[in-house]
Design a protein around this ligand. Structure first.
Ligand code: NAP
Length: 243
């Protein structure tokens, strides 16, 4: 599908949606810089799958919410190679009603999603600006579009990420760098294990959860040649939950 070697940095790719994205992109011919925070064995397994597909995989263990760690790991690499793509996927939830929410649960969710978007994008987009090309995809959430009771922290972080992605899209379009958002609904990963799914699925027109592959396919599309005229968009992958 492509002539030159293309690298994509995927954050939070040891499990769930990120692992599916990394595998799908490797199968499509991209080399992967695979970020994760703690799950060493799971990340190694994804890396092995990628290498079995004949692609390179570099494991990058750091907390996306740690500005110094992001710079320390990425800057030396970016001096040597410029990734074609960056996928912001790392994420956590710390759900609870706002009236009961601790400072820590508010702050940590903002730090991982919103500050993580800023730290990673700032480093990578500088390199992309010099290369005059690139694709950035942020994995947000339907919660960031509609709001969600019990998720004020998460919805604020994801809504902020959508606004930041649209703003960045406007800043970098002239250098042929495209920035888009994928906003999943209920996707079958560990993240939704504790949710009251039976109740929640009543609100989903397709009446089922989505698969990680149904998200990774859209991310792959946004990184590919057919998406060259798409920027600043939010693509819902939500079974019709939000239209
Ligand atoms: P998941 O199964 O819980 O996996 C989360 C991934 O993020 C793991 O690889 C984890 O790494 C990584 N991660 C967490 N905190 C990190 C940090 N500070 N720095 C670097 N990596 C970190 O979650 P998921 O369901 O696949 O979610 C992936 C993304 O989709 C998230 O942004 C989430 O908000 C979004 N999303 C999910 C759903 C859903 O229904 N599942 C819906 C909408 C949006 P370790 O394993 O090393 O901790």
């Amino acid at each position: 599908m492509k002539e030159e070697k293309k690298i994509v940095l995927v954050s939070g790719a040891s499990r769930g949606i990120g692992a599916a994205i990394a595998r799908a992109l490797a199968a499509a011919g991209y080399d992967i810089w695979l970020n994760y925070a703690t799950s060493d064995a799971a990340a190694e397994k994804v890396a092995m799958d990628i290498r079995d597909l004949g692609r390179d995989c570099r494991l990058l263990k750091f907390d996306v919410a740690d500005s110094a760690a992001v710079a320390a790991v990425l800057e030396p690499l970016l001096n040597m190679e410029v990734p074609w793509g960056l996928v912001h996927n790392a994420g956590i939830t710390r759900d609870g009603l706002m009236a009961m929410m601790s400072d820590g649960d508010w702050q940590r969710v903002l730090d991982v999603h919103l500050n993580g978007f800023f730290y990673l994008s700032r480093s990578v987009v500088r390199a992309m600006l010099s290369a005059r090309r690139g694709r950035i995809v942020a994995v947000a959430s339907v919660s960031g579009e509609t709001g969600q009771a019990g998720q004020t922290n998460y919805a604020a972080a994801k809504g902020g990420m959508i606004a930041a992605a649209k703003s960045l899209a406007r800043e970098v379009a002239r250098r042929d760098i495209l920035v888009n958002v994928v906003a999943p609904g209920l996707i079958d990963t560990e993240m939704i294990n504790d949710l009251p799914l039976e109740e929640m699925l009543k609100m989903v027109p397709l009446a089922r959860t989505g698969t990680t592959e149904e998200v990774s396919g859209v991310v792959e599309f946004l990184l590919g040649g057919a998406a060259g005229y798409i920027t600043g968009q939010v693509i819902g992958v939500n079974g019709g939950l939000y239209m």
